[in-house]
Design a protein around this ligand. Structure first.
Ligand SMILES: C[S@@+](CC[C@H](N)C(=O)[O-])C[C@H]1O[C@@H](n2cnc3c(N)ncnc32)[C@H](O)[C@@H]1O
Length: 423
């Protein structure tokens, strides 16, 4: 019997997790996507089809969104075209991908900041570098979250991309969303990532946060693994002492496993430490069962314009799927050995008469934990336990090893305590 993560292939659709969508209570929620930003992309779509209603204008973006989506999943050319130069593609990116990037980046960053206790910024300023920024959603989403949770902080964001048009639309979007970003200064640089750090980047270094979102596999596509790894290693030179390099990639098997394969030797050599997703400072080897690739799946609240666009596209968007590593030159403090802390690498899946999840522990080992279904008779307990998602950190307070190697039986629902979950 196996219980594992779903195979990393979102294009085929992920089974729905049992976990409910969390409420978005404040701008400091990782899930908060500003309505004013959503309006920017809707207005761009409408400007292209002024005689249509807004909804129809959004529908007209569907073919361009489909083309981009296929480019990123099934097509994956050896050299990506400069789609940022095409207005329709940018509008499609803004409506379809920007909200996803925004929330994904914040989810990954929140784990570093909250679960690993890494404070970012100094003297009231956090400097962020977004490489392959496109419309800026990753660096901006990260900076927006950091300043939203600390009213004394200002963010300075430098966005680099080869597409001047994308960066121009990014700056226009920032200017159109003033209320949320009074404490954000933005600069942009048009440059090729493969050509080494641009002078403007070197001039602004060091950075507290360097974000590379869905850009590594485009700027350094396979088989250029040595170049990709050397580039990642070089980015550590741009980091402030406690700075974080956050690399987010699609959840596709080829991108998710490649990211971990690229990062693992950098960490094993001691040049960098992993702050997340692994809890022990390293990047674990793949599952024994090679059908399963470590990746993230999170329920989220989709913006209305994305729901509308997806009426035509019919993609599986109830969950955000991605993979990531967060690296730093300085390690995070180790988690105490007790209580045993693990991070879910699968959903809390239903098996016959029980529920089970796989996890990677703070001791670096993989394990499977199950819970008898009959212990979940109480509705409130059941809701609490089944709201635990892949990627959450839990403390295992009472579990007994089963005969099958690596399997543990939880004594009951109270044997499991959520230690960190994004909010
Ligand atoms: C899939 S988009 C990601 C945009 C944004 N980071 C996000 O996550 O939404 C990839 C971006 O990388 C940029 N890019 C690809 N190769 C590049 C290169 N060699 N130099 C600079 N930018 C590059 C593209 O122009 C595009 O904006």
């Amino acid at each position: 019997m196996t219980v594992h993560g779903t195979p990393a292939h979102p294009a085929r659709g992920e089974p729905r997790g049992a976990a409910p969508v969390k409420p978005v209570e404040s701008p400091a929620s990782v899930y908060a996507y500003p309505e004013a930003l959503e309006r920017v992309w809707v207005a761009m779509a409408h400007a292209k089809a002024p005689r249509s209603s807004e909804g129809e204008a959004i529908d007209r973006v569907a073919p361009a969104a489909t083309r981009l989506s296929e480019l990123f999943t099934t097509a994956r050319p050896v050299a990506f075209p400069d789609y940022g130069g095409d207005t329709e593609s940018r509008v499609a990116y803004g409506l379809f991908f920007v909200p996803q990037t925004w929330v994904r980046t914040r989810l990954a960053l929140a784990e570093v900041v909250e679960a690993r206790g890494r404070a970012l910024g100094r003297d009231g300023v956090v400097s962020v570098l977004d490489l392959g920024a496109g419309l800026g959603a990753a660096g901006w989403g990260a900076a927006h979250w950091l300043v939203a949770r600390d009213p004394t902080l200002r963010a300075r964001l430098l966005a680099v991309d080869r597409s001047a048009e994308s960066l121009r639309d990014f700056v226009a979007a920032v200017e159109a969303v003033p209320s949320s970003d009074r404490r954000l200064d933005v600069e942009t640089v048009v440059a090729d990532l493969a050509a080494g750090p641009a002078p403007a980047v070197l001039a602004r270094a060091p950075f507290h946060l360097v974000v590379v979102s869905f850009a590594l596999n485009e700027a350094f596509p396979p088989p250029a693994d040595d170049a990709a790894r050397a580039w990642l290693a070089s980015l550590s030179g741009l980091l402030a002492d406690d700075g974080v390099l956050l690399v987010v990639e699609p959840a596709l098997r080829e991108t998710a496993s490649r990211l971990r394969d690229l990062a693992r030797p950098l960490v094993a050599s001691g040049a960098l430490h992993a702050l997340a997703p692994d809890l022990d400072g390293r990047v674990a080897l793949p599952h024994d069962d090679l059908r399963f690739v470590d990746h993230e799946v999170r329920r989220w609240r989709k913006p209305r314009s994305l729901v509308r666009l997806n009426r035509t596209l019919r993609r599986s968007l109830d969950e955000l799927t991605f993979s990531f590593v967060a690296l730093s030159r300085t390690p995070a403090p180790a988690f105490p050995a007790a209580p045993r802390r693990v991070r879910l690498t699968s959903p809390f899946a239903r098996l016959k008469g029980r529920r089970a999840f796989t996890a990677l522990g703070a001791d670096g080992t993989r394990a499977t934990f199950d819970l008898l279904e009959r212990t979940l008779a109480d509705e409130a307990t059941r809701a609490r336990v089944l709201s635990i998602e892949r990627g959450d950190h839990v403390e295992v307070l009472d579990a007994t090893p089963l005969r099958e190697r690596g399997w543990w039986r939880l004594a009951g629902p109270d044997a499991l305590r959520v230690a960190w979950t994004p909010r």
